[in-house]
Design a protein around this ligand. Structure first.
Ligand SMILES: *Cc1c(COP(=O)(O)O)cnc(C)c1O
Ligand code: SF4
Length: 339
């Protein structure tokens, strides 16, 4: 590593211990406290203590939930319920077969030309339908060493053109750590694109700081940021501002959603989500069928209904506002279109 590296010279200075980290410390971790804040009765919601995947909800996200509404679509995505502990046939711990595609610890090389780098196991929100909740993150820790192994693998494979920073959520890392990682990637000549999969601009928009955007703007590749929002109500003026800052830094913004019963399983809600995303400068990318991970059965939408909703979107919306309806299948070469 040379001290004259232009990328090093662009590295942002140490972050001040403020803002988003503090907000994260104050996130709701106790379902009873979240429900009390929303003026809801825990018993009516089927909540039970002791979820395997603990609750985590930033206050900025909770603030967009409607008080007194047990069926709030944002609440439903994050509230642990007793039913999660029931075994349901077909719902398993590694539904997408990631356990089999580890090219090195924390690196998934499943599809041609691109690799997915698990930068951290941490997220700012715990989504109850997430297939990564069962991923053995403990063994994925040990960051510096792990990244070196991943970078070595990418450097050896000149067919890899794109690195996808994923997790967990890569923006849970401090900007200085992200800059270390991108410096390492910038030394690999065959990379052409960088992609970032993150839910933070939506659930903790204060993470999108001027410093983060300076880092984004200085990256030597086209950058695609794929956010994750499932319902129009996940957007608010703070989210809009965070997204506008990332666009101003040159990032292309896309959204991927999961089709979730009780959250967005109507043409009306999906239509509203696509329109609201566009208003925030974000085009739709994927609409995923649920990965059948243990505990998530209450979110499943049948395939015939998914197809019907997708067809309805095609009828109602401009082509570019219609997300690709896909399903992840272990062993497949790409995310399979649902037909
Ligand atoms: C989803 C995914 C990708 C990216 O696939 P795209 O179709 O390019 O969005 C890459 N690697 C893994 C392991 C994935 O799960
Ligand atoms: S933010 Fe993404 S990775 Fe984290 S729990 Fe939610 S869906 Fe899973």
């Amino acid at each position: 590593m040379s001290a004259q590296s232009p990328i090093l010279a662009r590295r942002p200075s140490q972050p001040k211990p403020s803002g988003w980290r503090n907000e994260l410390r104050q996130a709701f971790r106790d379902p009873a406290a979240l429900l009390a804040a929303l003026k809801l009765d825990p018993e009516a919601l089927g909540w039970e203590p002791g979820a395997r995947f603990p609750m985590l909800v930033p206050r900025a996200f909770a603030a967009r939930m409607a008080p007194g509404r047990p069926d709030d679509p944002l609440l439903r995505q994050v509230l642990p319920v007793g039913a999660e502990r029931l075994a349901v046939e077909g719902f398993v711990s590694d539904p997408v077969g990631d356990g089999d595609s580890r090219a090195g610890r924390g690196l998934l090389h499943k599809y041609a030309g691109r690799v997915l780098l698990i930068t951290t196991g941490a997220c700012a929100v715990h989504c109850r339908y997430c297939f990564r909740q069962e991923f053995p993150y403990a063994s994925e820790q040990g960051a510096a060493e792990r990244w070196r192994t991943a970078l070595d693998y990418i450097a050896r494979r000149d067919d890899i053109e794109e690195v996808i920073l994923s997790g967990g959520d890569p923006l849970m890392l401090d900007t200085a750590r992200l800059a270390e990682l991108s410096d390492g990637l910038a030394r690999i000549g065959h990379l052409r694109r960088l992609r970032i999969h993150t839910r933070l601009p939506v659930v903790l928009p204060s993470r999108v700081t001027a410093q983060l955007c300076a880092w984004l703007a200085g990256l030597p590749w086209p950058v695609v940021v794929v956010i994750h929002a499932n319902h129009a109500a996940e957007f608010d003026p703070n989210v809009d501002q965070a997204l506008a800052m990332m666009r101003a830094a040159g990032a292309h913004l896309l959204n991927q959603s999961v089709l979730l019963a009780g959250v967005n399983d109507s043409a009306e809600r999906l239509n509203a989500l696509m329109q609201r995303s566009l208003a925030a400068g974000v085009l739709p990318y994927y609409l995923h069928l649920l990965d059948r991970v243990s505990g998530a059965a209450r979110f499943e939408v049948s395939e015939p209904l998914a197809l019907e909703l997708h067809e309805q979107l095609r009828r109602e919306l401009s082509g570019y506002l219609v997300p690709r309806l896909v399903r992840e299948q272990a062993g497949a070469d790409y995310k399979l279109p649902v037909l």
